[in-house]
Write a protein that binds this ligand. Structure first.
Ligand SMILES: Nc1nc2c(ncn2[C@@H]2O[C@H](COP(=O)(O)OP(=O)(O)O)[C@@H](O)[C@H]2O)c(=O)[nH]1
Ligand SMILES: [Mg+2]
Length: 199
C-alpha cells in the first residue's frame, strides 16, 4: 500500500466566491449607517471621516469650518453572507443634495435595501422611486424604532404603493441577525427577478 499524496483525502477545493454589490438607501436618520455598521466585518468606512482626515494636513480650514463638514456621508461595509457569497454594501447619501452620486453608486449594484421609518414614511419615497425607475430590485425594510407605531406589512406596502413582488419586512438595524435577514432577502429577490427577466 502506498501512502502517497493521492491516497490522502483530497482537500475540498475552495468554492469560488461571488461578490455582489448592494445599496442601502432611505431617508436621513433612518438607520443606514447603523445597519451597515451592525453587519460589516470590516470597520465601516465613512467618507465623512476620510475626507476630513485626508484634508487635515493640507486644508487651511480657518474660516471655512462649515465647508469641511459639508462632506458626503457615505457608508461602506462588507459581509460574508455564506462562505461563497460576499456582499459589499454602499450606503447612499440621505441628503437630497447628493443625488448626483446615486447613479455612480448604482453602477453594477445587484439590488438595494430601502430603509423606512413609519413615523416619516415619505422620507423613503425618493429611494423607492429611484429603484423602481431603474428596475433595481429592492427590499423595503421598516426599521422598528422603539417609539414608532407598528403597522402590518400590507399597510406599508399599500402606503408606498409597492409592486406585489417587492419584499417588505420589519427589522432592527442595530441587530446583526436582523440586518443579515434583510440583506439575504435582497439577494434572493434580486436573483429571482434576474431569472425572471432572463427567461
Ligand atoms: N431605537 C432605535 N434607534 C435606532 C435604530 N436604528 C438606528 N437608530 C438610531 O437612529 C439614529 C440615526 O441612525 P443612522 O444609522 O445614523 O441613520 P442614517 O442617517 O440613515 O445613516 C442613530 O442615533 C441610531 O443609533 C433602531 O432600530 N432603533
Ligand atoms: Mg448615515
Amino acid at each position: 500500500m502506498v501512502f502517497g499524496r493521492t491516497e490522502r483525502t483530497p482537500r475540498r477545493p475552495a468554492a469560488p466566491v461571488t461578490t455582489l454589490k448592494l445599496l442601502v438607501a432611505g431617508g436621513f436618520g433612518v438607520g443606514k449607517t447603523t445597519l451597515v455598521g451592525s453587519v460589516s466585518e470590516i470597520r465601516p468606512l465613512r467618507t465623512e471621516e476620510l475626507l476630513t482626515e485626508a484634508g487635515r494636513p493640507v486644508d487651511d480650514i480657518a474660516g471655512v469650518e462649515g465647508k469641511t463638514t459639508t462632506t458626503v456621508a457615505m457608508d461602506f461595509g462588507r459581509i460574508t453572507l455564506r462562505e461563497d457569497l460576499v456582499l459589499y454594501l454602499f450606503g447612499t447619501p440621505g441628503q437630497d443634495r447628493f443625488w448626483f452620486l446615486w447613479d455612480e453608486l448604482a453602477q453594477g449594484a445587484l439590488g438595494a435595501v430601502v430603509l423606512a421609518d413609519t413615523r416619516r414614511l415619505e422620507d423613503c419615497f425618493a429611494a423607492v422611486d429611484y429603484f423602481e425607475r431603474r428596475r433595481i430590485p429592492f427590499t423595503l425594510a421598516v426599521n422598528l424604532f422603539d417609539d414608532a407605531a407598528r403597522y402590518p406589512e400590507e399597510a406599508v406596502r399599500d402606503a408606498l404603493d409597492l409592486d406585489p413582488e417587492v419584499p417588505v419586512m420589519m427589522c432592527d438595524a442595530r441587530e446583526r441577525e436582523s440586518a443579515k435577514e434583510v440583506l439575504a432577502s435582497v439577494v434572493e429577490h434580486a436573483l429571482a427577478t434576474g431569472v425572471t427577466r432572463a427567461s
